[in-house]
Design a binder for this molecule. Structure first.
Ligand SMILES: NC(=O)C1=CN([C@@H]2O[C@H](COP(=O)(O)OP(=O)(O)OC[C@H]3O[C@@H](n4cnc5c(N)ncnc54)[C@H](OP(=O)(O)O)[C@@H]3O)[C@@H](O)[C@H]2O)C=CC1
Ligand SMILES: CC(C)CCC[C@@H](C)[C@H]1CC[C@H]2C3=C(CC[C@]12C)[C@@]1(C)CCC(=O)[C@@H](C)[C@@H]1CC3
Length: 345
């Protein structure tokens, strides 16, 4: 039977490369590109069909940063599919990034240089903002919208006799010290991206603990440093072009410079081929590329605290309740408003 695969943020970068690789691996998959912009999603679909003309590629409007959009998309998914085999939670943002140039040059001449290039630890800050749901945008997009989607789709994801898989595109930039259990949305700090990725690592572990017995398995990956719209947002593209020869040179010393979206999607593709029972819930699966350009996947143990992971999971469930309440009130308000408009006309 054909596998149903949903990919969020599938219209560009690593998500699009993954779709291409999945269709090459299995031409019978039923692929759903879940994107916030249907025009860009349509262009991605056309590109995929150009090389896989008989493939089944469907589009779904989903803005993971908007809770209303997540709830509507989940309804649409439930009406279209009777099961989900893989859901790749890949959409992500890093708004207004700033590089600490001093820290970069200091790191360059330290023993920590390889780690700095692999994780960008201490190099990057971002400016976040509140979205229309009153949530921090990075948290809402990179984590919470995906969480709400999973919760909404539980009837499909947790079916007796069927295994469903979740795969998060996390990052080696995820850092415990950037995350605070008292401030899960990272309202006060300057590293919302790192915090949201650490949060996805914890959520994946918690989901395995709570849902494995119901047939739902979750994994996290890091694609390495990949040249995509996200990285082009960090430094201007002419600068990247300028330093590209150096980047290829650095690849000799660190296997985390995967650089192309195809290489970055390696671990996502690899996980598609694995049995979930053989995977380690505490491992992050890294896409790596050797100096000679060979791709491979390697698990690395994550720095996760079980107690904090559980507290975090219950905080997410609480927040979910509040968000649902808010959505219900909004629907009621707009109904009343509509009624009022009808009455005064
Ligand atoms: N590039 C890198 O070096 C690394 C990337 N990652 C992660 O990889 C993932 C993919 O990013 P990458 O391919 O690099 O970058 P891209 O910017 O190319 O891809 C991000 C995708 O997410 C989509 N997206 C963003 N916000 C939303 C939203 N609110 N709702 C739905 N879709 C949304 C984008 O859509 P749109 O085109 O409409 O903006 C785009 O399709 C991200 O989670 C990122 O954090 C992790 C480690 C390293
Ligand atoms: C200013 C300089 C001359 C050069 C600065 C280089 C930095 C911009 C890069 C060095 C390590 C890179 C890196 C990322 C972004 C760009 C760098 C900071 C990421 C944070 C991109 C997104 C991720 O999720 C990480 C895995 C990347 C880690 C390395």
């Amino acid at each position: 039977m054909e596998k149903v695969v949903i990919v969020t943020g599938a219209n560009s970068g690593i998500g699009l490369a993954l779709c291409e690789r999945l269709l090459t691996e299995d031409s019978h998959v039923r692929l759903c590109l879940a994107c916030r912009n249907l025009e860009r999603a349509g262009a991605a679909r056309a590109a995929l069909l150009a090389s896989h003309s008989t493939a089944c590629v469907e589009l779904l409007k989903l803005d993971v940063g908007s809770m209303q959009s997540v709830l509507s998309a989940a309804e649409e998914i439930k009406s279209r599919y009777n099961r989900i085999d893989f859901m790749y939670l890949n959409a992500g943002i890093m708004p207004n990034p700033a590089v600490d140039i001093r820290a970069f040059f200091k790191g360059l001449f330290s023993r920590n240089v390889i780690n700095m290039f692999a994780t960008a630890e201490g190099l990057l800050t971002q400016q976040d903002r509140l979205n229309s749901d009153g949530l921090q945008e990075v948290f809402a997009t990179n984590l919470f919208g995906h969480f709400l989607l999973i919760r909404e789709l539980e009837p499909l994801l947790c079916q007796p006799g069927h295994t469903s898989r979740l795969v998060w595109t996390s990052s080696s930039n995820a850092r415990r010290s950037a995350f605070s259990i008292e401030d899960i949305q990272h309202r006060r700090g300057k590293e919302p991206y790192s915090s949201s990725k650490y949060a996805s690592d914890m959520l994946s572990l918690a989901l395995n603990k709570h849902k494995n017995q119901q047939g739902l398995f979750s994994s996290v990956i890091c694609p390495g440093l990949v040249m995509t719209n996200l990285t082009y947002g960090i430094l201007p593209s002419f600068f990247w072009t300028l330093i590209m020869p150096i980047m290829w040179l650095i690849r000799i010393f660190t296997n985390t410079f995967t650089l192309t979206p195809y290489n970055g999607a390696e671990a996502l593709h690899w996980l598609f081929l694995q049995q979930p029972e053989s995977l380690d819930p505490r491992a992050k699966y890294h896409s790596l590329t050797s100096g000679l350009g060979k791709n491979y996947t390697e698990p690395r143990r994550m720095d996760l605290d079980d107690e904090m992971t559980e507290v975090f999971y219950s905080k997410l469930v609480e927040l979910e309740k509040a968000v649902r309440r808010q959505q219900r009130e909004r629907t009621a308000d707009s109904k009343h408003y509509q009624q009022y408009l009808n009455e005064i006309q």
